[in-house]
Design a protein around this ligand. Structure first.
Ligand SMILES: CC(C)(COP(=O)(O)OP(=O)(O)OC[C@H]1O[C@@H](n2cnc3c(N)ncnc32)[C@H](O)[C@@H]1OP(=O)(O)O)[C@@H](O)C(=O)NCCC(=O)NCCS
Length: 400
């Protein structure tokens, strides 16, 4: 076995996706999913070869991810797969290392991913930066605790029309919501609005509703109606793929629309942020099942650049001593403006722990309680928490 790690060459992108698709039981992947994999340019797609044959791949989408303070260029890590013939020989370690070095060279201060194996990525410096929830609400218990007075209109549109109307709403929300990613026109078309057979999984077709006020889109929903009828009564499910409102009223209105659809016995949604307004909108919040799991993971690729790009809640500083075995260029003490310093540290932590608090999804106090932080100077955790405080929890509405 002679393993070589390199970026994909022209014409090799599909081969680089095959290792991950192997695990879905479909070596080449369904056509539509292949198309989204093809959004990753060759130079952002690493492969491992054995005697010339590709046996593993790892890609990094190019997008901006919003951190507190605004969007930053990000390596959106995806399609990580090593064929079972080559597992546990250090291949993914080599791929992760090459990928992070390239992201560093390109000047992307952070990398982000969704982990299907939570135990894997901490060793490479990724920290779980948010939680998100799968939600289920019985149709009979969807009343709000206040009257909703939405003055606008709601209409169903085609995927094409949605492609013109939705991005404006999404961009307004993404600009200030940590964890949200930028979407190109191609991303909208090939991923968000594409009704792939594979994702449909036997459910209804992808449906698009837009809520407008004075002819301006203020909210939208992407959903499926999964119809069923059992023992003479409708037992279908409204499956919400994405519901976004640019204002609190528009958010409430789009959810009201989704919760009210006739014939459905329950409403399901995935990937909702921990602080979703539904908690405070529903009269019977206790009827909502809110199953929390891990959300997006963040890896500071360049700790100094990442800290410099972030906004802080107020003046003041803390000195963070960051250790990073996997990307040693990050080892050192930092002021919050991102400069390296020789000052004595206030807090000592590993780079993955910094990833956990970076978007504001967890606090330094949370890290301390989990034994993942050393408070060198008394009171430093309180100061750091005040500075890293955010108004809302991170939300990434899609798995990439
Ligand atoms: C998970 C997967 C990528 C690991 O690749 P690999 O080449 O076998 O991993 P490596 O040999 O480089 O292992 C690197 C380290 O991760 C650990 N590790 C590997 N797979 C792991 C897993 N699934 N969970 C936790 N730890 C894992 C190894 O024990 C090793 O630990 P060490 O640093 O203490 O030595 C590969 O098995 C795979 O493709 N699985 C199916 C698809 C998948 O899960 N992809 C990730 C999608 S997010």
């Amino acid at each position: 076995m002679s393993i070589e790690i390199r970026t994909a060459e022209t014409g090799e992108r599909l081969d680089a996706l095959r290792p991950i698709w192997h695990y879905f039981g479909s070596p080449a992947g369904p056509t539509e999913e292949r198309a989204t994999g093809m959004l990753i340019p060759e130079e952002r797609l690493h492969v491992a070869t054995d005697e010339g044959a590709i046996v593993a791949g790892a890609g990094a989408f190019e997008f901006e991810l919003t951190i507190p303070g605004g969007p930053v260029p990000t390596a959106g890590v995806t399609v990580v797969g090593v064929l079972p013939t080559h597992r546990r020989r250090g291949v993914v370690r080599e791929l992760m290392s090459a990928q992070l070095k390239d992201a560093h060279t390109r000047g992307e201060p952070i990398a982000a991913l969704w982990a299907s194996e939570g135990g894997l990525y901490g060793r490479f410096g990724y920290g779980m930066a948010s939680v998100c929830a799968d939600v289920e609400i019985p149709k009979a218990h969807t009343a709000f605790n206040r009257a909703l007075d939405w003055p606008g209109t709601t209409r169903l549109v085609s995927a094409d029309e949605a492609g013109g109307l939705y991005p404006g709403v999404y961009d307004r929300v993404a600009a200030t919501t940590p964890g949200m990613i930028s979407r190109t026109e191609e991303w909208w078309k090939k991923r968000t609005l594409a009704d792939s057979e594979w994702r449909r999984a036997g459910g209804g077709e992808l449906t698009f509703a837009v809520l407008e006020q004075a002819d301006e889109p203020e909210a939208y929903a992407i959903y499926r109606l999964n119809f069923s009828y059992t023992d003479g009564v409708p037992t279908g499910v409204t499956h919400v793929v994405e519901a976004v409102g640019a204002t609190p009223e528009a958010t409430a209105a789009v959810w009201r629309y989704l919760l009210d659809i006739d014939w459905m016995a329950k409403i399901e949604a995935e990937l909702l942020p921990a602080d979703h307004p539904l908690h405070l909108l529903l009269l019977e919040q206790s009827r909502m099942r809110f199953r929390v799991g891990d959300g997006i993971w963040i890896r500071p690729v360049d700790v100094g650049a990442a800290l410099a790009a972030r906004a802080y809640a107020g003046d003041g500083d803390v000195v963070l001593e960051v250790s990073d075995e996997f990307c040693p260029w990050n080892d050192g003490r930092y002021a919050l403006d991102g400069s390296k310093t020789t000052a004595s540290p206030d807090l000592r932590l590993a780079v993955d722990a910094l990833g956990c608090v970076f978007l504001g999804g967890f606090t330094f106090s949370d890290l301390l309680r989990a034994g993942r932080l050393e408070e060198v100077k008394e009171g430093a955790i309180g100061r750091a928490d005040a500075l890293f405080r955010t108004d809302r929890k991170p939300w990434c509405p899609e798995i990439f």
